[in-house]
Write a protein that binds this ligand. Structure first.
Ligand SMILES: [Zn+2]
Length: 315
């Protein structure tokens, strides 16, 4: 397959180049980071394994899907534990514990961060107030996956070539971004008019979200902004909703979504330049779409229509 060959060659070259930028890209060779874990179909639907001593916990179908996606796309999440009060925790590889389901419910636990379904391409639904799938984030999970402090995150950054320019990302998101770049290069060969949309305008930046106190996803090294002059942020634009939320090139959004990145153009508080590595949301969307396409409950999904792919393969 010419595409997969060129993709492999591109990743090889990109990694070699990244060594010139940061010695810390040695992290990128860690088997836990690359390639992203692709679950076997049977493995994905096996009963969830709880830590020894966990009580009898009741989970609804959506919670089970959330947990299966989290375990599939983040190898650093090793197990699940339940507390006697009904709360559910993710146990990380280093033993730290991240609340998935809090009791009483919390607005920023992992369950809340996955509650609003993300609509993958070709879906571009209206974005009324409150519609912002993925804009709620679990700070505890992001800290556990990518680093608690600025020093932690900075020690795990890698510079990688993008279509135009270079992006500095957390090593855990480097492989997926390289795959995005290879997809975009292929899309660009098909449609050269995409080029002005594909200029890197920043990856890692230790900062808070504009106008808010929460840390930006850029502070974890999992977000990239592209062609900011053309692709506006809602606070700096008078137009709401913005026409680009419907007309922005689908080939670009699809290239990112296929590798586990969500697009900020699908939020009420739109951020059209912004793509963010949130593979659990794409995993959930794929499995849910598969179920809606007519498969029975508990039956394994058979793909996205572009081949016999697994629900979270490549994310
Ligand atoms: Zn951004």
């Amino acid at each position: 397959m010419p595409f997969s060959l060129s993709r492999r060659a591109f990743r090889c070259v990109a990694f070699c180049l990244s060594f010139l930028f940061f010695p810390c890209c040695l992290f990128a060779a860690d088997a836990e980071g690359l390639p992203p874990f692709a679950p076997e179909r049977e493995e994905f639907f096996q009963p969830l394994f709880f830590e020894d001593g966990s009580g009898d916990v009741q989970l609804n179908e959506e919670e089970k899907l959330d947990l299966r996606c989290l375990l599939s796309v983040y190898p650093a999440i090793r197990r699940i534990a339940a507390e006697s009060d009904g709360s559910v925790l993710l146990i990380m590889a280093d033993g730290s514990r991240v609340p998935y389901r809090s009791v009483p419910p919390a607005a920023d636990d992992v369950k809340a961060s996955m509650a609003q379904p993300y609509p993958p391409e070709p879906l571009r639904p209206p974005t009324p107030a409150g519609f912002a799938p993925g804009r709620v984030r679990s700070a505890a999970l992001l800290a556990a996956l990518y680093g608690e402090s600025q020093t932690d995150v900075r020690s795990r950054l890698v510079a990688v070539p993008f279509v135009q320019g270079t992006v500095v990302m957390h090593w855990r998101a480097v492989g997926p971004l390289m795959n995005v770049t290879a997809r975009l290069q292929a899309a660009l060969r098909e449609d050269p008019s995409l080029r002005p949309w594909l200029k890197s305008d920043g990856g890692f930046a230790w900062r808070r979200i504009a106008g808010e106190t929460r840390l930006s996803a850029h502070a974890r090294g999992i977000a990239v902004d592209i062609s900011a002059r053309r692709a506006p942020y809602w606070r700096w634009s008078k137009v709401r909703p913005h026409p680009l939320q419907q007309t922005y090139p689908a080939a670009i959004v699809r290239a990112f979504e296929e590798e586990g990145f969500i697009w900020g153009g699908k939020w009420h508080e739109y951020d059209i330049m912004h793509f963010e590595y949130r593979p659990e949301l794409l995993c959930k969307a794929r499995v849910t779409q598969g179920a809606a396409a007519g498969r029975g409950a508990g039956e394994a999904p058979t793909g996205t229509g572009e081949g016999n792919t697994l629900p979270c393969e490549g994310l």
